[in-house]
Write a protein that binds this ligand. Structure first.
Ligand code: TYD
Length: 206
């Protein structure tokens, strides 16, 4: 059975670490797993990622940013996600469509519906089957990032606190808008508890 599962949330929510652990557990259970991330996941999409996240690109226009994320998304779907789903795999993706709706639509004020419209073109309406929202207070998330010295700081991490609050508010709006595919997870818990919540949300869909 194929399933497209996305991991979403603000900075420092721990979703990437959780995804890695959950993927290993699902593999042990015998599922065939493909993990990936956005922006990126394939060579062309990773090149687009470098342009988007480059700290020197401070002049990037918000619509340019939204279009580049959508372009990277399209390439990643075509080369990696759709083929894996066709082969009956579980695809776990660190960020997808909802990040664009929350960051560009909400926090950059382009509007959720406007950003959705370019993404419907890019994805041909390919929504995830399940979206796990790793919800955390931005203050706590940013504190975790600051403590994690190994993690590279990107252009979006450098935004003001109000930007990260707007991202979180937009994710809450999306969770209400898409209740069938959204599961909200309290990411302020310890890692084991967050992993358990994510794993059981996925298992209940399998
Ligand atoms: P990344 O280093 O992967 O961050 P994280 O570990 O928080 O996932 O960088 C991705 C950044 O891009 C992150 O700040 C969120 C942002 N983003 C958008 O603004 N829109 C999008 O559509 C996507 C996929 C990511």
């Amino acid at each position: 059975m194929s399933l497209f599962i996305t991991f979403e949330g603000g900075e420092g929510s721990g979703k990437s670490s959780v995804m890695k652990i959950v993927a290993e557990r699902l593999e042990k259970d015998g599922y065939s797993i493909v993990t990936s991330r956005e922006p990126g996941g394939t060579p062309i999409a990773e090149e687009i990622r470098d342009v988007i996240l480059d700290k020197k690109n401070t002049a990037m226009d918000p619509r340019t940013e939204a279009l580049l994320y959508a372009a990277s998304r399209r390439q990643h779907l075509v080369e990696k996600v759709w083929p894996a789903l066709k082969e009956g795999k579980l695809v776990l993706c660190d960020r997808y469509l909802d990040s664009s709706l929350a960051y560009q639509g909400g926090a950059r004020h382009l509007g959720i519906d406007e950003v959705l419209s370019i993404n419907l073109f890019a994805t041909e309406g390919s929504y995830p089957d399940l979206t796990l929202l790793f919800d955390i207070e931005p203050e706590l998330g940013l504190k975790r990032i600051a403590a994690n010295k190994g993690r590279e700081v990107n252009r979006l991490d450098l935004e003001k606190l109000s930007f990260h609050h707007a991202v979180r508010d937009a994710f809450h709006t999306l969770a209400k808008r898409y209740p069938d595919r959204y599961v909200v997870i309290d990411a302020s818990q310890n890692l084991d508890a967050v992993v358990e919540d994510a794993y059981s949300a996925i298992k209940s869909r399998l």
